[in-house]
Design a protein around this ligand. Structure first.
Ligand SMILES: Cc1cc2nc3c(=O)[nH]c(=O)nc-3n(C[C@H](O)[C@H](O)[C@H](O)COP(=O)(O)OP(=O)(O)OC[C@H]3O[C@@H](n4cnc5c(N)ncnc54)[C@H](O)[C@@H]3O)c2cc1C
Length: 410
């Protein structure tokens, strides 16, 4: 919990020109371990420790040099973080959606971008575990859970973003294979990953014409665009994925023909909780950094922390963080229970938490003054890394569409 996190942060090497927040006492009732079971507190501690020891010391370098830390990912997988909500018989950890959220929130304090990739990988592994046949599960899941192989989720296309059901990548059946043509845009991990979960059109227009195929790297006709240059998320590559007469065995189809869009959306329900959890971790770390800075920095003859305006802003940040965390954990629980309102709650949580956490990081940066704008200070990286959470896995405008639909339909 908070003390663990404080210890973790205290054990971090200093950033150049900056000492990490030493975790003063401010997080008491708001601590992220409040209300958790003993078991949850234990793996939360494991995740905080991993974040502090294996990720935080490298996060600036991974960002600066655009390093995809595959060995670190595999170390995380050794702790069970490669298939957190995948069933144990194929190597998964068999934990709940709430457990998963707790883990991603903690990991994200060490490197948000790297954790976000782990979350996408987990989503793909879950899709294969849940919608795959026994044969497919046993073929793909064990090496994904160990992160010996890495996965990418391929839905977005150059011409189809928010309107994902209009996708054009075609898969024509030819004997016992599908021949794939088209391209995917913005694929996280693309080019560096081994397993591509691809939504493609096997039937007519609209969502019912879409199927889901699993493609392996090395398939003839599969190629990649240049590595995109991004504002954040620099510890993971993003590339276009291109299919030119790419033959995929029919045996690699998840579910039946026409079920692909449903599978893609079910993946994203959990994905949205995961990405929102990554925002929580970034915001938590940023609040601690701001707290520390206000205490250390003196202006007008006293520490900034003595200024009531700044105290109130800090209090608001902590309040918004706790509200966002409750939203995310509540949605995770609803999804776990298969509740009818789970889809709307996941969308609300993603919308609320990614917006609020971005605002928290931005305020934390503001509290650092000019130093907040320097790359020597971690707060700017958290801000850059979580900005995209308002855009992907359905933009926050699309989240509003989903919530509105749940209110006005049926
Ligand atoms: C770094 C990064 C990684 C990504 N990783 C993946 C990945 O791994 N796999 C994958 O499949 N995709 C991925 N994406 C793609 C991402 O999901 C899309 O960018 C996103 O869904 C938005 O689509 P778009 O970019 O085409 O924007 P558009 O759909 O063109 O939207 C542009 C703007 O218009 C708004 N808008 C659109 N329609 C409406 C409407 N009806 N009402 C109100 N507002 C609307 C949008 O909200 C947005 O603000 C990634 C994107 C980024 C930037």
């Amino acid at each position: 919990g908070a003390q663990t996190f404080s210890r973790c942060l205290a054990s971090l090497p200093a950033w150049p020109g900056h000492v990490w927040a030493l975790g003063r006492v401010a997080f008491t009732d708001e601590k992220p371990s409040a209300g958790l079971t003993e078991e949850q507190k234990e793996f939360q501690k494991v995740a905080f420790d991993f974040a502090a020891k294996e990720m935080a010391p490298h996060m600036a370098e991974w960002d600066e040099k655009e390093i995809f830390p595959v060995e670190t990912l595999r170390k995380a997988a050794q702790l069970g973080f490669g298939g957190i909500y995948v069933k144990p018989d194929v190597g998964g950890s068999g934990l709940s959606r709430l457990d998963t959220s707790i883990i991603f929130e903690a990991l994200s304090t060490g490197c948000t971008s790297t954790t976000a990739y782990i979350s996408i990988h987990n989503m793909c592994a879950w899709m294969i575990d849940t919608f795959g046949s026994e044969e497919q599960r046993h073929k793909f899941c064990p090496s994904l859970c160990s992160m010996e192989k890495l996965a990418s989720y391929c839905l977005t296309e150059p011409g189809s973003g928010s309107d994902a059901a209009s996708l054009l990548t075609s898969a024509r059946r030819k004997g016992d294979a599908y021949v794939l043509n088209g391209s995917k845009a913005f694929i996280s991990g693309g080019g560096d990953t081994d397993v591509y979960v691809v939504m493609c059109r096997t039937g007519g227009p609209g969502p019912k014409g879409i199927s889901c195929l699993v493609l392996e790297k090395g398939t003839p006709g599969l190629s990649f665009g240049k590595k995109e240059r991004k504002v954040g998320w620099n510890s993971q590559p993003t590339r276009a994925v291109i299919f030119e007469d790419c033959a995929v065995p029919v045996a690699n189809r998840l579910g039946a023909e026409g079920q692909g869009f449903g599978i893609a959306m079910k993946g994203l329900n959990g994905g949205r909780i995961n990405i929102a959890s990554c925002s929580l971790g970034a915001a938590h770390a940023s609040v601690l950094l701001a707290q520390e800075h206000l205490t250390v920095r003196k202006q007008f003859g006293e520490p900034l922390a003595s200024n009531q305006y700044l105290q109130f802003r800090l209090a608001e940040m902590a309040t918004r963080l706790v509200a966002a965390r409750l939203m995310v954990r509540n949605a995770a629980q609803a999804l776990q229970e298969g509740r009818e309102d789970a889809v709307a709650l996941c969308s609300m949580a993603k919308l609320f938490a990614t917006d609020e956490c971005f605002a928290i990081c931005n305020q934390a940066l503001q509290m650092h003054g000019g130093y907040g704008y320097l790359k020597d200070y971690a707060v700017q990286q958290f801000l850059r890394d979580i900005r995209v959470h308002q855009i992907l896995e359905g933009t926050n405008e699309v989240m509003r569409m989903i919530v509105a639909r749940s209110l006005l339909q049926e």
